[in-house]
Design a binder for this molecule. Structure first.
Ligand SMILES: [Zn+2]
Length: 389
């Protein structure tokens, strides 16, 4: 923090300096003035909301609150990937239409997010409404030679983007396979190519396209939704950290190639993955911790603190002891917030210090430490900025 004095955000300093303050996010400085566009990669609504989902969206929410409090006009978009092979398979198994399953699961997700105090985004694009934009994207990429048509599908040439993100080719291929990019698909020129448009078989969900009946590819959906919502670039591309490759890398590469605007995202925020006893929280692992279950026994603010009282990019393990510790920390913070200021409100440096800590790459542990030690307005400021009350 020492090298970035202008991120200390007391209004007095802003008035004196005349320079727009900034916030550090990872290696990027974001302006705390004017419009800041945040694209959050949202859920595929085919299953219940678990703590892993919640962690990502609580972190993005905290980022937006800190940006907003610093003076930025934050415009947040969080998409809904309601056209997705996993969702189609789940809908088929449950014998309901894909959009009915998606609407039901989206309802529960939004209820959980509201209970956790996650601010509703300004835009919530749903993939099924952007099929035309994906077809335009595919056509544009083919016209540039960055994608090619093959057997009713359109494939983006992704080798360069993949190896720019994950230098080790074997590791990149393993990730591509894990996230459903089918590197061994014989229709592709290169294992790192990914579908912008994929052909649908008999009985599968399909839209008409210049290449025959089909549906969008996952990475292309987010590229199309982001481009349509924000234009050629965003300030922050956010989501859970393990989407860095392949999803975020291909989304950005398709957008950059299509528009010619680089970088697609000024900053990226990949929130840490939530694990249980070292294993990523996932339905397939049978280790889901459901937000609804936690909310039945703990205040939403304790769950937010459990998520936020750490480095945002770090993967972490959930356990009950951690949740108890967060609930205890919340009590200490509430007690601190009830104390009188040691100096006159607005005069002391404690409020500026907690704002500075949060503006310095969302250093929540540092801000909480100052808040508990100083109490009064500093603690109340942290509670507000983290959405605890
Ligand atoms: Zn996405």
């Amino acid at each position: 923090m020492g090298g970035l004095p202008m991120i200390r955000l007391s209004s007095g300093e802003r008035d004196v300096s005349g320079i727009a303050p900034v916030m550090r996010l990872g290696g990027t400085l974001l302006p705390l003035a004017g419009r800041v566009r945040v694209y959050g990669c949202g859920i595929t609504p085919y299953d219940v909301t678990h703590l892993g989902h919640a962690a990502t969206f609580v972190w993005i929410d905290a980022l937006c609150r800190v940006l907003h409090a610093g003076g930025a006009e934050v415009i947040m978009s969080r998409n809904v990937t309601d056209v997705d092979d996993a969702l189609l398979a789940a809908a088929s198994k449950a014998e309901v239409s894909y959009d009915e399953l998606a609407a039901i699961q989206q309802f529960y997700f939004e209820r959980d997010m509201a209970e956790l105090g996650v601010t509703r985004p300004a835009a919530e694009p749903r993939a099924h409404g952007y099929v035309g934009q994906v077809i335009s994207l595919a056509g544009g990429l083919v016209a540039q030679g960055a994608a090619y048509e093959r057997d009713g599908g359109v494939y983006f040439r992704g080798r360069a983007a993949a190896l720019r993100t994950v230098a080790d080719e074997t590791a990149a291929l393993a990730l591509a396979a894990e996230y459903g990019d089918r590197p061994d698909d014989p229709r592709k020129d290169d294992p790192f190519d990914v579908p912008v448009w994929q052909p649908s078989g008999q009985g599968e969900l399909a839209w008409e396209s210049p290449w025959g009946p089909g549906r969008p590819g996952w990475h292309a959906e987010c590229a199309a939704m982001a481009l349509h919502t924000f234009g050629p670039a965003v300030d922050v591309q956010a989501g859970v950290g393990d989407l860095r490759f392949p999803h975020h890398a291909y989304q950005a590469a398709m957008a950059e190639t299509f528009t010619g605007v680089r970088p697609f995202a000024r900053a990226t925020m990949g929130a840490g993955v939530v694990r249980v006893s070292g294993a990523k929280m996932a339905k397939s692992a049978g280790n889901l911790v459901l937000v609804g279950d936690l909310l039945a026994s703990y205040p939403a603010a304790a769950i937010r603190l459990l998520i936020l009282d750490r480095r945002w990019e770090q993967d972490w393990d959930y356990d009950r002891a951690g949740l108890e510790a967060a609930a205890a920390r919340l009590e200490r913070l509430l007690a601190a917030a009830g104390r009188a200021d040691r100096a006159a409100p607005g005069q002391g440096g404690a409020v500026a210090a907690v704002r500075g800590a949060l503006a310095d790459d969302l250093d929540v542990p540092a801000a909480l430490g100052i808040a508990e030690a100083e109490g009064g307005s500093a603690a109340r400021t942290v509670g507000t900025l983290l959405g605890l009350w």
